[in-house]
Design a protein. Structure first.
Length: 242
């Protein structure tokens, strides 16, 4: 298959008054001829099927299609010439080429949203339609001074925290991270990344906050740490989380 399916997460909860099912379809984007992560400009051709209301998220070389209302929306073969950089994006442009309703850019990729492009499509006529649009971008123009564009600093930070956590805890302990992070730019050479997560073992679960200092130009995590917050959560109270 052209794409590698990461996961499909479906949830449909019924409350008083009702609500719509939501489904996330997360995929790795196809690679167009000439794929080269070192190039500092790129282009993606996005192709999706939407029946009523859907949200699309693009980050790195992954796409997430979320069905918000109506029939299931899904990717139809989106592909990119290069992955979307994890930092230093500029001149991000959208050009729609197919679809009976507009493709709206809800958020441009930036430091505030972890360099994720977010799009929304409303198709209320019934029956659904094929949508296609092109996005293009540039990385920072000064190559000598630019951060490493394809160094995923958030993932590197979380992996460093995870390894630190695993080295201190039993084999049955594990750690999950929340999606949102906070970035604090200390200088052009480094920044601090902060986030939250949840640690668990057979005894209990605990919320935690983590922090990393990342060298944006060297592509290295310089330091990482975490600390627990709040009381011990559910379980038998015999947690040995450290």
């Amino acid at each position: 298959m052209r794409h590698q399916r990461f996961s499909i997460i479906a949830c449909a909860f019924l409350f008083a008054g009702g609500c719509f099912a939501q489904m996330d379809n997360q995929l790795r984007l196809g690679r167009r001829p000439g794929w080269d992560p070192r190039v500092r400009e790129g282009r993606c051709e996005m192709r999706v099927w939407v029946d009523h209301h859907a949200e699309l998220r693009l980050r790195g070389e992954g796409i997430s299609v979320r069905t918000l209302e109506g029939g299931r929306s899904y990717d139809e073969g989106s592909s990119c010439s290069h992955p979307l950089p994890y930092n230093s994006i500029r001149d991000f442009q959208l050009r729609q080429t197919a679809g009976r309703n507009p493709v709206n850019m809800v958020q441009q990729p930036s430091r505030m949203n972890n360099f994720t492009a977010v799009f929304a499509i409303n198709d209320e006529q019934g029956g659904g339609d094929h949508y296609a649009f092109e996005v293009t971008w540039m990385a920072e123009g000064n190559i000598q001074q630019a951060p490493a564009p394809f160094f995923d600093d958030v993932r590197a930070c979380q992996e460093s925290v995870r390894q630190r956590f695993l080295s201190r805890n039993r084999r049955d302990a594990y750690l999950d991270f929340e999606g949102q992070v906070e970035r604090l730019g200390e200088s052009p050479e480094r920044e601090t990344i902060r986030g939250r997560g949840n640690a668990r073992d057979r005894g209990a679960s605990r919320d935690l906050a983590y922090s990393c200092v990342v060298g944006t130009r060297t592509g290295q995590v310089q330091s990482s740490s975490y600390e627990y917050s709040g009381d011990v959560g559910r379980g038998n109270g015999r947690s040995q989380l450290r």
